[in-house]
Design a protein around this ligand. Structure first.
Ligand code: PEP
Length: 265
């Protein structure tokens, strides 16, 4: 049983000032640095990296929300993996549905995953269906997203990737509902099967898979307990340190109870 969890905040286009960014980051850091079983990553807008770099630590890690495929040259508006690394960034979200909605396809996601891994960043690869159809075409979408994103990676690189299952229909404040842990569980099993078919069952077991989509302090733990995931990608609730901290603490406490159980056996 795994008892090391990964919880990633995705701040998106928020907050609006450096002062607020520092305040939220500090509020999360106060709790995250005390945790033994949970690693916290905060994916922030690029403009805050310089200030937040001074606050980041091993237990409160800096991430970004996207990177460019190229690493230098005439590419107006882009920011490269090597540039963000200089600010202590270790994780980057790749293939988020909000970026895919602006035109990013599976091939570009694959290229970004390769760029991230080559430059020593951990890509948090978002996959997930727009909607659930009754004929089950959504399974094909998820399979294609996973195969295209990681199928060409050397096996060793699997230690350096994270997959986030983010059903698009469950993302955002206006989403009708989050996925249920049961819905999450079957997709996570499926993702691991796809990885197992490309690489091996052990690789499939070891890759960290997260759930993202309207996670709250109330329902987050259910995705670890019954949804088969190793943590969460949290959007709007990660801008509220009290809420996000509750998610962190609940997960830490759960990990501790699991450890005790394991020792007793
Ligand atoms: C996200 O967009 O990655 C996400 C999980 O957002 P939210 O928690 O707001 O649904």
């Amino acid at each position: 049983m795994k008892t090391n969890y990964l919880i990633i905040a995705n701040w998106k286009l928020n907050p609006q000032t450096t002062v607020e960014a520092k305040k939220i980051f500090t509020g999360i850091k106060k709790v995250s640095t005390k945790l033994k079983n949970v690693s916290t990553v905060i994916c922030v807008p690029y403009v805050y990296l310089s200030d937040l770099k001074k606050l980041a630590s091993k237990k409160c890690i800096l991430g970004v929300q996207d990177i460019a495929v190229p690493t230098e040259g005439a590419h107006t508006g882009l920011v490269s993996a090597s540039m963000v690394k200089k600010f202590g960034v270790t994780y980057t979200i790749v293939g988020h549905s909000e970026v895919r909605a602006r035109g990013e396809n599976d091939a570009t996601v694959r290229a970004k995953v390769t760029t991230a891994v080559t430059n020593g960043l951990v890509p948090v690869i978002c996959v997930g269906e727009q909607a659930r159809d009754t004929q089950g075409f959504f399974w094909h979408t998820i399979k294609e997203q996973v195969i295209t994103a990681i199928g060409n990676l050397p096996r060793k690189s699997l230690e350096q990737i994270v997959i986030a299952y983010e059903p698009v229909w469950a993302i955002g404040k206006d989403a009708p509902r989050p996925a249920t842990p049961a819905e999450c569980f079957e997709v996570v099993l499926f993702i691991r099967k796809v990885i197992s078919d490309i690489f091996s069952p052990a690789d499939a077991h070891n890759v960290q898979v997260l759930y993202g989509g309207s996670v709250t302090p109330k329902d987050a733990l259910g995705f670890i307990e019954h949804g088969g995931v190793d943590g969460y990608l949290v959007g709007h609730e990660s801008l509220l340190p009290k809420h996000f901290d509750t998610i962190l603490i609940n997960t830490e406490n759960y990990a501790n109870t699991q450890k005790t159980k394991t020792i007793k056996k």
